[in-house]
Design a binder for this molecule. Structure first.
Ligand SMILES: NC(=O)C1=CN([C@@H]2O[C@H](COP(=O)(O)OP(=O)(O)OC[C@H]3O[C@@H](n4cnc5c(N)ncnc54)[C@H](O)[C@@H]3O)[C@@H](O)[C@H]2O)C=CC1
Ligand SMILES: O=C(O)[C@H]1O[C@H](OP(=O)(O)OP(=O)(O)OC[C@H]2O[C@@H](n3ccc(=O)[nH]c3=O)[C@H](O)[C@@H]2O)[C@H](O)[C@@H](O)[C@@H]1O
Length: 430
């Protein structure tokens, strides 16, 4: 099939490259000319394991990119994979996706045959039909349910394993309002369904929108709960990881997403929990559990710093921050826990030296004036303390490198460094 995908970021590029691998012909539409050029020349615009190979293989042939929305006319369906960030008050900011829907509608007005518009972005219930559907009707002059349909197909991939997750999903959700839209979605996903046999959930559009928020709110709350339990464990000198390994054996709890530490960051858990809280309040409901999950999460970075302060005064000290990405496997630093940690270190008057294998360039935009180095060794050299913020594999094999520290205090926020004789080791929840 001929597909178009508006937005070529973490989701749009991954989905486009994977659909190309599955045999579809895909066009990414993005306003960023550099992104477009990179895709067409076979170079992935983002760092994701396996994505570089796919873009190298299909970029410029079955996978193309353009800034020109009229390319949509030659396709059977369009995914909207545009950002849905937060307003100051946490509520969803739909301005970007509305702009995308407007441009899409203007193009659809010049297309004769049926088109399916699929919202891939995370949006609160009602956005797809009431807001985006109406914009497309206005700008295209067409009628929803006649010349075009809207559908909602939430995405559950994780950064750092985006390609693997997209190609091997637990479930695919089709939120549609009629059989025709459902059938077109089924055709689009047929090669993936044949390949990996996921559960297919067929539901309404609003339910699909809410499934995405419920999924993320549940996972974020699960991590906050293990962080709270971990904080209590630490007070009693109990190893939280032994506790969660045991409770994870209960199938009702499950063994995944039980890693306590410095908390969740990234482009989605923080904004999606905030959007859910704002959406609930908008209807007069106070969502106290999700609010508490956010509060616990916001306190973890400070707890990490407090542990370091138990061993050394921070003003004027050289502190190594190991890991800047919000999780391993990605160069994404959006809402990374390293951001409040570096901010607080700066407020206290510590000197920060930071290392990350792939995320340094992105972090420079937040903190242009801290020192960045190219290796863990260089970060540790002469440092008065080290804070471990991202669980990159390379931190699990550190050993002699710590001997270069002036004062080898290591506070681990991710249970990744080995507690060994040559360091004073503190785990956040163990
Ligand atoms: N990042 C993730 O792991 C996941 C994200 N999501 C959701 O997917 C959506 C997209 O997120 P990301 O891919 O992370 O966003 P992103 O920020 O990585 O990429 C968005 C892209 O859209 C482009 N863009 C902005 N305005 C445009 C316009 N008017 N027309 C065409 N292109 C335009 C930007 O240049 C950028 O390349 C969000 O709603 C997010 O919540 C859902 C699941 C996973
Ligand atoms: O909507 C989204 O964007 C995505 O959000 C998350 O994916 P992602 O944020 O990419 O990465 P996760 O692996 O979920 O990690 C999120 C954060 O939680 C933290 N985390 C995760 C698991 C855990 O046990 N402990 C923990 O602290 C990670 O370090 C990271 O900071 C969800 O897992 C995806 O299903 C969803 O599609």
């Amino acid at each position: 099939m001929e597909l178009s995908i508006i937005g070529s970021g973490y989701v749009g590029t991954t989905v486009a490259a994977c659909f190309a691998k599955l045999g579809h012909s895909v066009t990414n539409i993005d306003i960023d000319e550099e992104v477009v050029e990179r895709i067409n020349s076979g170079d992935s615009p983002i760092h994701e394991p396996g994505l570089g190979d796919l873009v190298a293989e299909y970029g410029g042939n079955r996978l193309r990119a353009t800034t020109d929305y009229s390319a949509i006319r030659d396709t059977d369906a369009t995914f909207l994979a545009l950002p849905t960030p937060s307003h100051e008050d946490g509520s969803i900011d739909t301005s970007i996706i509305k702009a995308g829907a407007r441009s899409l509608g203007e193009t659809l007005g010049t297309k004769d045959d049926y088109h399916l518009v699929i919202v891939k972005s995370t949006v609160v219930p009602g956005t797809t039909e009431d807001m985006l559907g109406s914009i497309i009707e206005e700008t295209s002059g067409q009628t929803r349910g006649e010349q075009f349909d809207v559908a909602m197909n939430p995405e559950f991939l994780r950064e750092g394993s985006a390609v693997e997750d997209f190609l091997n999903p637990d479930k695919i959700v089709f939120g549609t309002e009629n059989k025709r839209a459902n059938e077109r979605l089924a055709n689009i996903f047929e090669p993936l369904i044949i390949k990996s046999n996921p559960e297919v959930v067929e539901t309404g559009i609003r339910e699909a929108e809410m499934i995405k928020y419920a999924n993320n709110a549940f996972l974020a709350t699960k991590v906050s709960l293990v962080n709270e339990l971990g904080n209590i464990c630490k007070e009693y000198e109990v190893d939280a990881y032994e506790v969660t390994d045991a409770i994870g054996l209960d199938e009702r709890i499950g063994e995944r997403f039980l890693r306590s530490g410095v908390g969740w960051g990234g482009s989605c858990f923080p904004k999606d929990t905030a959007a859910l809280v704002a959406a609930a309040r908008d209807r007069g409901y106070e969502p106290s559990i999700v609010e508490a999950a956010i509060e616990v999460n916001n306190k973890q970075p400070k707890r990490l710093l407090n542990l370091l302060e138990n061993h050394t005064d921070l003003p004027g000290k050289r502190i190594a921050v190991l890991g800047l990405a919000f999780k391993p496997g990605t160069d994404d630093v959006r809402n990374s826990r390293s951001i409040p940690i570096i901010e607080e270190l700066q407020n206290i008057g510590a000197e920060v030296v930071a290392y990350d294998p792939v995320a340094v360039e992105n972090m420079r935009e937040h903190f242009p004036n801290i020192e960045y180095v190219d290796s863990v060794s260089l970060a540790l050299k002469g440092a008065d303390g080290a804070l471990v913020v991202t669980d990159w594999d390379e931190f699990s094999v550190l050993n002699d490198e710590f001997e270069q520290m002036k004062n080898p205090i290591v506070v681990d926020g991710r249970r990744i460094v080995n507690n060994q004789d040559n360091i004073t080791y503190e785990g956040l929840t163990w």
